[in-house]
Design a protein. Structure first.
Length: 380
């Protein structure tokens, strides 16, 4: 089985420095270095497509542009790249969401993937008019996915749930293919939703031992439902010709973190209700020392960014080794990003992917197109 790689569309802006934000914290000023215009995001998308990334994750939240609208526009500038659209089920009716997904599939030739984000920050949810607590939001997500999946099967749906109610709901045209559903969450109720409803369970980039525990947990829950899931991991990457060059870049990014910004972001993230976010914070403890928490796994990004806060840092060979290590645990999909996203896509696509191809772990998803050569056009 060939590993699947996805890239990231920075709809909060891009920079040669880390753009902070997310999980209730605003994007940092560096997000204005390269504004998230359709033209720039399309550059990134086309590069990812050519290099062999299958899809591109597009985030959701008050800190970035709307994912549905942005990807609909960028899709018209690409041919094969899929879009892993993050959205929050509490903000749109399940019937409308099912219809939107169906329309997206028809208009793009089946290039939609869905990343369902329940929302871990109550204060941000309330800004959108959602006043449920976290556990109730997850229960609503379960009802939402039940309705959406039945609509995609062409069924007429009547459901009077704890949080959602639909009557005589039906789609005029079902999506073809049905979009795969990606989902992440570390709380017990999140695990139950994943086991029942999703195709791919995503975890943030924790050390391998912790990732193995999560996989075993979700696999067990899914088995109780008679289901099997695939597993993916969300990471940043800093990969260069040599390990020294990669770590020099990581230290350059770290040197650009303003101490007051770090303090402010960490204070905001400490209030997060997300169990996954708290696990991220525990990896670095808010300090700049001991940030390599596993060989080639660096927790520095999480000092200024909510959500995924770890990066694979090293030579192309070392990063390929770490990817193989995660794959041995059961990870088949990798959702990656790096600053700036255009250049880092090339570093990874031309440096790491050919090495994985040589090991038989990856092949370019577009059969008529050869894998990229193992060379890097950008200077460090």
């Amino acid at each position: 089985m060939s590993l699947t790689f996805h890239w990231f569309l920075p709809t909060n802006g891009d920079s040669r420095h880390v753009v902070g934000g997310g999980h209730g914290t605003p994007a940092t000023a560096s997000g204005r270095d390269r504004p998230p215009t359709v033209a720039y995001l399309s550059q990134i998308a086309r590069a990812a497509e050519d290099l062999g990334f299958v899809g591109a994750l597009t985030p959701t939240g008050a800190w970035c542009e709307d994912a549905w609208l942005t990807t609909a526009m960028v899709s018209q500038q690409t041919e094969r790249l899929k879009f892993l659209v993050a959205f929050r089920p509490g903000f749109v009716s399940p019937t409308l969401a099912a219809q939107m997904a169906s329309t997206f599939q028809r208009q793009t030739g089946g290039r939609l993937l869905l990343n369902v984000v329940t929302g871990g920050e109550s204060h941000e949810q309330r800004a959108y008019g959602d006043f449920l607590d976290k556990d109730a939001r997850y229960r609503r997500t379960g009802e939402f996915l039940q309705i959406v999946r039945e609509l995609w099967e062409g069924k007429t749906v009547d459901l009077a749930g704890e949080h959602l109610q639909v009557e005589d709901a039906r789609l005029a045209r079902v999506p073809d293919p049905v979009p795969e559903v990606y989902f992440g969450g570390s709380s017990p109720v999140a695990g139950e939703v994943a086991a029942r409803h999703v195709d791919v369970y995503l975890t943030w980039g924790e050390p391998p031992a912790q990732v193995a525990e999560k996989i075993a947990w979700i696999r067990g829950l899914a088995a109780q439902q008679g289901r099997t899931l695939r597993f993916g991991i969300r990471l940043h990457v800093i990969t260069r010709d040599t390990s020294e060059q990669a770590w020099a870049e990581a230290h350059r990014l770290l040197d650009g973190f303003d101490p007051e910004t770090v303090k402010s972001v960490q204070a905001g993230l400490a209030r997060s209700e997300s169990e996954g976010q708290q696990r991220m914070l525990a990896l670095h403890g808010g300090g700049r020392d001991g940030l390599e928490i596993h060989p080639n796994l660096w927790a520095g990004i999480g000092l200024v960014r909510g959500g995924a806060g770890t990066a694979l840092v090293g030579s192309h060979e070392e990063v390929a080794e770490r990817i193989a290590e995660y794959h041995r645990l059961g990870i088949d999909e990798f959702v990656l990003s790096g600053y700036p996203h255009l250049e880092e896509a090339y570093w990874f696509g031309e440096g790491v992917l050919p090495r994985l191809a040589a090991q038989g772990l990856w092949r370019h998803p577009f059969a008529k197109q050869a894998a990229p050569a193992a060379q890097v056009p950008f200077a460090s």
